[in-house]
Design a protein around this ligand. Structure first.
Ligand code: S3P
Length: 443
């Protein structure tokens, strides 16, 4: 059920908190747990709709996925050992769940139906289906959007595939399929994308080789793999932390500390950009956990200046542009965000939905090709209702905008936030943010 929520100008935010577990790592932990032999224990799993849909899909294919006292366990079936599901697999809003699972189903000799919500049904699947077809996947329908019926095989062919778009989802789907093929399956990327799949495959005992030359990364996985169940501690999601950090930066006098945040360099482009804008960000207690870099992050509000964000940085902050655009609205001068073409195929057309939200809130901005330019100002009018278009990040970004704008900002559907950030509203209220049901906010 959709639910309207409003955010209004708040006095300083303060506190120390954790944000829910990383979404990318959570999906992968469940999936590789299901492909391993033995039991995988996962702490800190993101218990949000997207990841729970992945858990249900794996359970429908015979993996026992359970939670007890906050610890999730997956009893794996071994590579190639999943069973034909009796029901259609419904991935809800999750592109990651659907696309990565297509790689896994490719290596199994059965047919499975894939579907999702209206947002997911409108997203391009061809980018994953093209390489998987080369490996032997059969698609019953003559289209490249969900719902689709996929027919896997136990005779997959290993391929070498250069990604036409920088996408960790496509890379991961191919590598997951490659686990089931004989010989080596290689993915070449011209721009590095998040590398959780490579790290986690290694953690589970797969043979992975990575070669880097002149900016190109070549990632090969050895097929007919045997994975063993492992323990995984999922760190806090930097893409969720981004909303809290942005709020703490734009609400004057704020000071917030976030514990146990993933700081893998393939995910920290947003933090780097904020530092260039003059943000006060401190990293403490940097450490490695389950093969990933983790740190505590402290943020202090302060004056920010516009910057130019190069296209090459986009893969390391691809999910953070809506909230960066919000921060840029409060910064001094112009912020240029280049190379945003991929935003058009996210949960919504994020270039369009971000721009529409900025326009509704009275922020000076323009789009030139794949570049978004925001002109910051000392004050942001706000006073608008923003359409979220089934996009959790648009919903959270514009609530953050309302915390600093002159008049409240309302979003038309807060229920979509539960796909990635359970408890977002309560957590923000706990820090001192004035967020509440639309009719309850003071006029
Ligand atoms: C993800 C990769 C990114 C990102 C998504 C999660 C992943 O998508 O936007 O939220 O977990 O691999 P693309 O690979 O399509 O860029």
């Amino acid at each position: 059920m959709s639910e309207m929520l409003s955010a209004r100008k708040s006095s300083s935010l303060a506190g120390t908190l954790r944000v829910p577990g990383d979404k990318s790592i959570s999906h992968r932990a469940l999936m590789l747990g299901a492909l391993a032999t033995g039991v995988t224990h996962i702490t800190g799993l993101l218990e949000a709709d997207d990841v729970l849909a992945t858990g249900r899909a794996l359970a429908a294919m015979g993996a026992a996925v359970k939670c007890r006292d906050g610890v999730w366990s997956v009893h794996g079936r071994g590579v190639g050992g999943l069973a034909k599901p009796d029901t259609e697999l419904d991935f809800g809003n999750s592109g990651t769940g659907a696309r990565l699972m297509m790689g896994i189903v490719s290596g199994h000799p059965f047919t499975a139906g894939f579907t999702g919500d209206a947002s997911l049904r409108s997203r391009p699947m061809g980018r994953v289906l093209t390489p998987l077809r080369q490996m032997g996947l059969n698609i019953q329908e003559d289209r490249e959007t969900l719902p689709l019926t996929l027919e896997g095989t136990s005779n997959l062919i290993p391929i070498e595939y250069e990604l036409p778009v920088p996408s960790a989802q496509v890379k991961s789907a191919i590598l997951f399929a490659g686990l089931h093929a004989p010989g080596k399956t290689t993915v070449v990327e011209r721009q590095a994308t998040r590398d959780h799949t490579e790290r986690m495959l290694r953690h589970f005992g797969a043979e992975i080789t990575i070669e880097e030359e002149g900016g190109r990364r070549s990632i090969a996985v050895a097929g007919d793999a045997e994975l063993s169940g492992r323990d995984i501690a999922v760190p806090g999601d930097p893409s969720s932390a981004a909303f809290v950090i942005a709020a703490a930066l734009i609400v004057p006098g704020s000071h917030v500390t976030l514990r146990d945040i993933l700081v893998n360099p393939t995910r920290t482009g947003f933090f780097k950009t904020l530092e260039e804008m003059g943000a006060g960000i401190r990293y403490d207690n940097e450490r490695q956990e389950s093969g990933e870099a983790v740190a505590d992050i402290s943020i202090t509000a302060g004056e920010l200046s516009g910057v130019s964000v190069p296209a090459a940085r986009a893969p390391s902050m691809i999910d953070e542009y809506p909230v960066l655009a919000v921060v840029a609205a409060f910064a001094k001068g112009e912020t240029r965000m280049e190379g945003l073409g991929e935003l058009r195929v996210k949960e919504s057309d994020r270039l369009a939905t971000t721009a529409a939200g900025l326009a509704a809130c009275g922020v000076d901005h323009r789009i030139e090709g794949d570049t978004l330019i925001v002109n910051g100002a000392a004050t942001v009018p706000g006073g608008a209702t923003v359409s979220t278009h089934l996009d959790h990040r648009i919903a959270m970004a514009f609530l953050v905008m309302g915390l600093g704008s002159d008049a409240p900002v309302t979003i038309d559907d807060a229920s979509i936030i539960a796909t990635s950030f359970t408890g977002f509203g309560d957590l923000m209220v706990g820090l001192g943010a004035d967020i509440g049901a639309a009719e309850e906010t003071r006029a």
